[in-house]
Unconditional design. Structure first.
Length: 284
């Protein structure tokens, strides 16, 4: 392979597990293919409705009535929830999105976006930018995952804002297929993308025997810390909390050599199990 080909296809030879499906998984798979990798799309998490629908519906009714100055949205899955409820966001309510993917999801279904963090696409970055934008106390609605850490809510409350925090959805594990588990176990998977603490938990619980040569890559320092708290070793950490940064970080290292077990398995095409919707990044 020429040096130019290596530059064009920096992930040639890589077989990468993409742990989420739906449009997100399709997009990540396309990016990996463009860089020469073989993506294996096998969702490990899915999202279920909030168990307290009455509280969510009450908050959305208040939202429609214009009782909140701001709505914060920390994942594309939250956008799905808003859209499924046909939630109305009045012109008097401003909308803050945690990152560009979430912002794009909001715009795609007709919702406005008034604030996206310039540097830090996380709850910390969102809270800092929102507090700087609104020094006076405001009433704010934060919609979140059931397992989300209350970083955004806590920081906004400490800054003097009147925050209503409501669970919009639950994250649940999805069993990997036998084939995906087999590919991880025999070393045919060269890298596993870990895009949130909930994904890290599923990787740790579902793949009990990951070969040492398999590169486990985390989307950012927080996700890496969550994974290591679960005794899941992280080998690569993206400097920014974006998928492009994660894939670029992976492209910066040599492809691991195959295990003997992997060499004994006949090659096959791309395994694509994408059928589930997904959120963008670690929620709140």
């Amino acid at each position: 392979m020429t040096a130019e080909a290596k530059t064009d296809k920096p992930l040639s030879g890589w077989r990468v597990l993409v742990p989420r499906g739906g449009p997100w998984g399709d997009s990540v798979a396309a990016t990996l293919r463009a860089k020469g990798a073989v993506p294996v799309v096998s969702p490990l998490i899915n999202f279920a409705p909030s168990e307290d629908a009455a509280t969510l519906e009450s908050a959305l009714a208040e939202l429609a009535e214009g009782r909140f100055a701001w709505l914060t949205v920390t994942s594309a899955t939250t956008v799905d929830v808003l859209f499924s409820y046909r939630a109305k966001i009045p012109e008097t309510t401003r909308v803050a999105a945690v990152g560009e993917t979430t912002a794009a999801a909001l715009k795609a279904v007709g919702y406005p976006v008034d604030l996206v963090p310039e540097r830090d696409n996380s709850a910390v970055g969102l809270s800092a930018d929102l507090i700087a934008r609104e020094p006076e106390p405001r009433r704010i609605l934060t919609l979140r995952s059931e397992i989300a850490k209350p970083v955004l809510t806590t920081r906004l409350s400490e800054a003097g804002h009147d925050v209503t925090s409501v669970v919009a959805y639950r994250t649940v594990g999805v069993p990997a297929t036998d084939r995906a588990a087999r590919d991880v176990g025999n070393g045919r998977i060269n890298a596993i993308l870990v895009t949130s603490g909930s994904v890290a938990r599923q990787v740790r619980e579902q793949f009990s025997d990951i070969p040492d040569r398999t590169v486990i890559a985390a989307i950012g320092p927080r996700t890496a810390s969550d994974a290591e708290d679960m005794s899941l070793p992280i080998h690569v950490v993206a400097p920014r909390r974006t998928v492009d940064s994660l894939i670029d970080a992976l492209a910066g290292i040599p492809v691991p050599p195959p295990t003997p077990a992997a060499l004994a398995v006949p090659p096959t095409g791309v395994l694509d199990l994408s059928s589930l919707e997904d959120d963008e990044e670690d929620p709140e």
